[in-house]
Design a protein around this ligand. Structure first.
Ligand code: BES
Ligand code: MN
Ligand code: MN
Length: 465
């Protein structure tokens, strides 16, 4: 439809400017020092939904940051699409590694984004991708081609576990009723290789604390005679994986879904260059669980990773000390059928059981969530696939991702709806890292593709009835 591309061409500069304004707001949900900014971002989203043509927009207060809800209702006999996204972002640390300040967006060309990419925290995760939906809505309303009802639910606590959204969803089932949930908060294989995310991993995130002596000690006077909590902690962590990089926690794999040979062969068809992968990360070799390929390791297999470890003296120079305590933050990415609460329990029991004499161990669960897989024989997937075919000229590849959006499993449980994950980011866009960016081409391609999803989904729903 020429109308869509014309509208985008005519409004492209404004679409970019508006996103840049949103990216200037440091809406870091993890850091209370930025709470006013997070609220400013919520307000920005509210105003933008009103301008895009929603009839009702509400800012729903929660115990944490508000949920922005908007809707445009056309006809009760038409399907309803619920769009979810988040306006909060990860902390930008380490700041020193950014080439330009994280909240002063700049557009710069890169090898993979020859048309330029917007560099800013949240550019891809998820402000840029969420805002594509707001602009797609504006486009459909202004060109008279919105084919169905729309609801928007944009939250501000995704990066810290979506606890209040879970409560909101449970309490507002009727209001949120829908035929399909649509999210752009994932990625695709490459600009020439469109893909649709068909799975997300679950997550269990825990913090561990090992305590030895009641105070920090002189490492000469006491060294060798008492347990050093840092030595012990690293030993304990090392023991959590064996020489094949299998996780050793008893029961950890009991419920893991094993893919059939056929499914794995299907997965292996997705284009992937190990050389390019290694080169992009400056590593000589990949590393991981024996018996699985890189793409299997980062999507269909569960993992255990230390995300941070600290204790003792880490300042300038040297200090001879045996610390009283050592800490680590550990994430476990989970796959279908593993229950995150159960895995958290298994971890806790095991980790406490392997503590040697001379130390005490405390395990504190942080947050978690279930994984998600979606079938590809549904109307939702077919509509998405057709939309990509229209705008990319290629059939998208279904691909399971290693990341997590825990609320997606909850949507299915509470609202009974499936989710379609139409992500337009690339793995190299550096989400959660310094120099996060989002391709200008990807941003506009998303705005172009979304309206087709609406049209095809509405048509396919009609055909079915
Ligand atoms: N958008 C990401 C998740 C993602 C990114 C999934 C790319 C698939 C591909 C989301 O904002 C995120 O960062 N999720 C967290 C979990 C959350 C509970 C903090 C994650 O995956 O670490
Ligand atoms: Mn996200
Ligand atoms: Mn994120």
């Amino acid at each position: 439809m020429k109308q869509i591309t014309d509208y985008i061409t005519n409004h492209k500069q404004r679409f970019l400017n508006e996103l840049i304004s949103l990216l200037k707001i440091p809406s870091i949900s993890a850091d209370p020092a930025y709470s006013k900014n997070v609220l400013d971002a919520a307000n920005f989203v509210k105003l933008s939904l009103e301008k895009a043509g929603c009839d009702t927009v509400e800012v729903h207060e929660t115990k944490g940051y508000p949920i922005v809800y908007g809707e445009k209702f056309i006809d009760k006999d038409l399907p309803t699409i619920l769009v979810y996204g988040h306006y909060d972002v990860q902390p930008p640390d380490p700041i020193d590694l950014w080439n330009s300040p994280p909240f002063e967006p700049v557009i710069q060309k890169t090898e993979l984004h020859p048309e330029g990419a917007i560099f800013a925290r949240g550019a891809c995760d998820d402000k840029g991708q969420m805002y594509m939906h707001v602009k797609a809505m504006e486009l459909m309303v202004n060109t008279n081609q919105l084919p169905c009802n729309v609801k928007f639910m944009i939250e501000g606590e995704e990066e810290v576990g979506s606890n209040n959204l879970a409560v909101y969803v449970a309490e507002n089932k009727e209001k949120l009723a829908n035929d399909i949930i649509l999210i752009s908060d994932t990625g695709m294989i490459a600009n020439e290789v469109p893909s649709i995310t068909t799975g997300l991993r679950g997550l269990s995130y825990v913090e561990v604390e090992v305590t030895g002596p009641n105070r920090d000690l002189h490492s000469g006077l006491y060294g060798g005679a008492v347990a050093n909590p840092i030595n012990i902690l690293t030993k304990m962590i090392t023991s959590l994986q064996d020489e094949d990089n299998h996780i050793t926690i008893p029961g950890f794999y009991d419920k893991v879904e094993e893919l059939s040979k056929e499914e794995r062969a299907e997965m292996a068809k997705a284009p992937f260059s190990l050389g390019a992968y290694q080169k992009a990360l400056d590593i000589e070799s990949v590393y991981g669980e024996k018996g699985y390929t890189t793409n299997e390791r980062n999507s269909i297999r569960p993992t255990l990773d230390v995300n941070g470890i600290w204790g003792g003296y880490t300042g300038e120079g040297a200090k001879t000390v045996i610390a009283s305590k050592a800490y680590a933050k550990i994430s476990m990415r989970l796959v279908p059928h593993q229950d995150w609460r159960e895995i958290t329990e298994l971890f806790k029991t095991h980790f406490e059981s392997i503590a040697p004499v001379g130390v005490t161990v405390k395990v504190t669960p942080h947050h978690g969530g279930q994984g998600y897989v979606t079938p590809i024989d549904t109307i939702g997937y077919k509509a998405a696939s057709k939309a990509y075919q229209t705008t990319f000229g290629k059939k998208p590849i279904p691909q399971r991702s290693g990341g997590s959006i825990p609320i997606v499993a909850l949507f299915e449980q509470e609202l009974g709806s499936k989710t379609i994950l139409m992500g337009f980011g690339l793995d190299s866009d550096a989400i959660h890292s310094p120099n996060e960016h989002f391709g200008v081409w990807n941003y506009l391609k998303g705005i172009e593709t979304i309206p087709y999803f609406y049209t095809y989904f509405t048509e396919l729903m009609k055909d079915e009835n």
